[in-house]
Design a protein around this ligand. Structure first.
Ligand code: PNW
Length: 497
């Protein structure tokens, strides 16, 4: 019934990481426990009207207290890695304006040790959207260049305490989403925007996303620099960044639309990756934005170039892209100068790019996974890639209908088709090293609160009881086929000696 076809999983490279992903604000809860300070997401979700169901992450799925049980769930599935983020406000409750919170340090120590005890590798992000509120209050968070030093200070603490056991570090989760949603549309904290972009009390949608991105890129560089000079020799981990990666398919074969799709990638993803890997912003951005785009000093160029060891890719969805630079487009997101003059649409000749889902941004188009990975391989010289998130969210059902949530064949189909497409990219030579399902558990889905469920495990939000969905059992079987293959390979090698 599960149809975990063994040929699919057994074809992934040896040592491939199969895991599940999570993040501190969406999972931990315990928002004031053991000295944790408030984060920007605590502040934001506590304001009435910001979250669909009026909920917040105060308790979330209480992973802070239930992590041992959650590791047992991972052990059941058989994953060899777990992606989580450290809450900056748990380590430094007041940003840099206070002491290190040793209770916070101990929590992640325990989590990491317990994971390793079960043979599960910690894959650790330093930030996943949430930062100490104090940094916002004192100097405007990512808008201020001061944050570069403070992020590096925080990163150093994490390397120092956990670096002996962490082999994969991520500086940022989806900084592109933070810049756009926090400072252009203003739908995420600190909810800044202006003009036709949204309805905020302050901000400048045309400028601030670029300032914020610049500070994040330089913060990334500062953390990587510290890691490489102080720790990498002894600890030998890889360090990377995770981007939200949407596949942009040209809506027609015209050179204008093909260039527009390229431009869309540049304004969304290469915006961060180009500076970190090549030391400069994409040419399309420089041409269109002119002085709106900050620039890097010579010193930076030397320091940052090749400033990562892998790219983390959160890939879920694809859109068509139509040119708006040479042709006129109706109003919509993307058409402004600051966004790169393109129209993003799921429709072409009245047909959707892929099946629609409960989320207005998620269309099921597995081909996008292969195309995305091949695109990154070609642009960035076959740099190692991890698929750090992929998964399907569905609408919460009334309590009486838990069974329909547990029988999540749709999620299995989604994962199978995307893994299949990923395998095609690997067969074409892409250096992909791991895949993380979003997510282990149902959890706090940002603006959607608890109305959308992404988990392989169902969580009853009253009792916090975890129940495996069919997808958890499917993923278990999928992984067990993979592991058998690995053993068979080593057996073969042994016989050959
Ligand atoms: C990611 N898009 O966000 C986040 O990293 C997770 O925390 C989140 O729970 C998960 O995806 C599911 O939403 C996304 O525009 C942001 O395609 C934007 C997009 C996709 C995912």
């Amino acid at each position: 019934i599960l149809g975990a076809n063994s040929s699919l999983s057994s074809s992934f490279p040896t040592n491939f990481l199969f895991g599940t992903a999570s993040s501190s604000y969406q999972f931990e809860g315990a928002y004031l426990t053991h000295g944790k300070g408030l984060s920007n997401w605590d502040t934001f979700s506590h304001k009435p009207g910001n979250i669909a169901d009026g909920s917040n992450g105060d308790i979330a799925v209480d992973h802070y207290h239930m992590y041992l049980e959650d590791i047992e769930l991972m052990e059941y599935i058989g994953v060899n890695t777990f992606r989580f983020s450290i809450s900056w406000a748990r380590i430094l409750p007041k940003g840099i304006f206070g002491d290190v919170n040793m209770a916070g340090i101990r929590h992640y120590d325990n989590l990491i040790n317990s994971l390793l005890g079960k043979g599960i590798e910690p894959f650790v992000s330093l930030t996943h959207y949430d930062i100490p509120q104090e940094l916002e209050d004192k100097y405007g968070g990512w808008l201020s260049s001061q944050v570069q030093k403070d992020f590096a200070y925080y990163a150093n603490i994490c390397f120092k305490y956990y670096g002996d056991r962490v082999k994969h570090w991520v500086t940022f989760n989806e900084p592109n989403v933070v810049a756009i949603r926090g400072y252009r549309s203003g739908i995420y904290p600190p909810a800044r925007c202006s003009g036709s972009f949204g309805n905020c009390s302050s901000g400048d949608s045309e400028r601030e996303p670029f300032i914020v991105a610049h500070n994040m890129i330089l913060s990334h560089a500062a953390a990587v620099d510290i890691y490489r000079t102080k720790y990498q020799g002894k600890q030998n981990a890889s360090i990377g960044i995770v981007m939200n990666a949407v596949w942009y398919e040209p809506i027609s074969n015209s050179s204008e639309d093909r260039l527009a799709a390229q431009r869309a990638q540049s304004f969304y993803m290469n915006w961060f990756l180009d500076p970190i890997i090549f030391g400069k912003y994409p040419q399309e951005m420089k041409d269109i934005l002119g002085s709106l785009l900050p620039h890097f000093s010579k010193d930076y160029f030397k320091k940052l170039k090749n400033g990562l060891d892998f790219i983390g890719v959160n890939h879920y969805t694809s859109f068509y892209v139509k040119d708006c630079l040479h042709s006129t487009c109706e109003q919509g997101p993307g058409i402004s100068k600051t966004e790169g003059y393109y129209l993003r649409t799921a429709l072409k000749n009245n047909a959707l790019i892929g099946e629609s889902t409960a989320l207005d941004w998620l269309y099921i188009y597995p081909e996008g996974m292969e195309k995305m990975v091949i695109y990154l391989k070609n642009r960035y010289n076959n740099i190692p890639i991890f698929i750090t998130e992929n998964g399907l969210g569905v609408m919460n059902q009334p309590d009486s209908n838990v069974d329909s949530c547990l029988n999540d064949d749709k999620r299995i189909e989604y994962m199978k088709s995307y893994l299949d497409a990923l395998l095609s990219a690997i067969r074409k030579g892409a250096d992909v090293r791991g895949y993380f399902a979003w997510s282990l558990l149902d959890n706090f889905e940002w603006l959607s609160g608890y109305t959308i469920r992404f988990g392989l495990y169902h969580v009853d939000y009253l009792t916090l009881k975890r129940t495996p969905k069919t997808s958890a059992k499917w993923y278990k079987q999928f992984i067990s086929n993979f592991t058998r293959f690995e053993d068979a390979t080593s057996y073969h090698m042994l016989m050959k000696q």
